[in-house]
Design a protein around this ligand. Structure first.
Ligand SMILES: [Zn+2]
Length: 453
């Protein structure tokens, strides 16, 4: 063969097998288009009422959202440096320093997931951004947050989200519904610390304060448990659809079955009088009561699993609790990152377990893609969900696009390898983005507002 023929052959081969990027195939493009068209149910975000959206900077032109706000409000800063915004300073003063911050973050998912927001919403490739483009981008972001129209448009149209479960860790017992697409949940994290009123920092989160306001002051452990029951009733009355715990940030997920007498002995004593073991026993006791209340009030339980504190956040620690509470519907958040296989086997063996891939693509795109493929091989496709887990329009858009891409890629690879039919893959995509959440939280049906096509 002469050189020309070899070159032509190589070119043809390259066209037929475009590297190993499934995203270049028509199969991927069709699956992606179908998944993009699904009005998503986002099972977890922290979107505050518009005026309270955090990270607004004090600029030369007043307080507002900036390019710095978008990065500061993203997960980028969890592992990467970001120059702070100095009050009243100009964008150029910040950018001249900040533009050098991103060099070592280029491959991280915490950086990469944010990029679609700049590319799709503002037409800017952040990887090659010029000073002039950055200045314009910053001004556009600032202008977009003068009222809430941009936020509504980006979330409901561009990201194509129909409903979003909002975890209001800033006002856990208020059950606000600040947006037509927002659905309240009950964050129960602080309830385990109710051994003494002083152990719960925020008055707005305190079952004791709540009990006072409702004319049933707490004098005993039974009173406290009764108050929790009342709060659950209130949550249901306010259309909350599930519970949420972020205790993995504070302690181990090992919740022992502690007898009530032990919890009685701890109740009413301030933290300073208690050993770490006694506090853990009380928390364990309450957490197990919360699992019972979850079943009683039909509020499935979203539990943060995986890296928070690394020690004690392996979802395997929940297995006894899950086995002991077959009527409670457990939702293991973040796919248990990095213990995605462990999370999968728990869901495989326990029918009362759902997996939520919320946040997982942002943590590691590759691990998320592998997780979707592995989970779909070991469990039914109707128990996997997703969520964006962010705080502003750009973050929510970016996380949603990143997830749709990751899921589409995971499914398309299976189709290309002959492990799944394309029509079945598209159906599974719709389940994960929407249908599974509607099935698990049937109360969401009455909040649906998008017109069916
Ligand atoms: Zn979250």
């Amino acid at each position: 063969m002469n050189c020309l023929r070899i070159a032509v052959c190589l070119l043809l081969c390259a066209t037929a097998f475009p590297a190993d990027d499934v995203k270049l195939t028509d199969t991927y493009k069709r699956i992606r288009a179908a998944i993009d068209a699904v009005p998503a149910i986002d099972t977890h975000d922290h979107l505050r009422p518009f005026e309270q959206i955090a990270e607004r900077d004090l600029t030369e032109n007043g307080r507002g959202m900036t390019l710095h706000s978008i990065w500061q409000g993203s997960y980028y800063t969890w592992t990467n440096p970001l120059t702070g915004w100095q009050d009243g300073r100009s964008f150029d003063a910040w950018w001249s320093k900040a533009k050098g911050d991103f060099q070592d973050a280029r491959a991280t998912s915490f950086y990469r997931y944010v990029l679609p927001a700049f590319q799709d919403l503002y037409g800017v490739d952040f990887e090659t951004i010029t000073d002039e483009q950055a200045r314009t981008l910053n001004q556009q972001i600032f202008d977009n947050y003068k009222d809430d129209r941009w936020l509504h448009d980006v979330i409901t149209n561009r990201a194509n989200i129909e409903l979003m479960l909002v975890d209001p860790y800033w006002a856990r017992l208020k059950f606000e519904r600040a947006y037509k697409f927002a659905v309240p949940i009950l964050n129960v994290t602080m309830m385990v610390d109710g051994y003494h009123p002083s152990a719960i920092e925020a008055a707005s989160d305190s079952p004791y304060v709540y009990a006072e306001q409702h004319g049933q002051p707490v004098k005993s452990l039974d009173d406290y448990l009764k108050t929790l029951d009342t709060i659950f009733e209130d949550a249901v009355a306010h259309d909350a659809v599930c519970l949420k715990s972020t205790l993995a940030y504070q302690r181990t997920l090992d919740f022992q079955d502690v007898p009530k007498e032990k919890a009685e002995r701890v109740f009413g004593r301030p933290t300073a009088e208690l050993s770490a073991e006694e506090i853990k026993e009380f928390q364990d006791f309450i957490f197990r009561r919360l699992c019972e209340l979850s079943a009683k009030h039909d509020l499935p339980f979203q539990i943060h699993t995986g890296q928070a504190r690394i020690q004690g956040s392996n979802p395997m620690l929940l297995v006894d609790l899950i086995a002991d509470n077959p009527r409670t519907k457990f939702i293991l958040f973040h796919g248990g990152f990095p213990w995605i296989g462990e999370t999968g086997v728990i869901a495989m063996r326990h029918k009362n377990v759902w997996i939520d891939s919320v946040w997982l693509p942002q943590l590691s795109y590759t691990m998320a893609k592998r997780a979707y493929q592995e989970w779909l091989e070991i469990m039914p496709s109707d128990r996997i969900m997703w969520g964006a887990d962010t705080v502003n329009a750009e973050g929510i858009y970016a996380a949603t696009v990143f997830t749709r891409q990751c899921l589409s890629e995971a499914l398309a690879e299976k189709v290309v390898r002959g492990e799944l039919r394309e029509d079945h893959a598209i159906r599974i995509g719709g389940q994960i983005m929407r249908e599974n959440a509607l099935k698990l939280f049937p109360k969401l049906q009455r909040h649906l507002w998008k017109e069916r096509k």
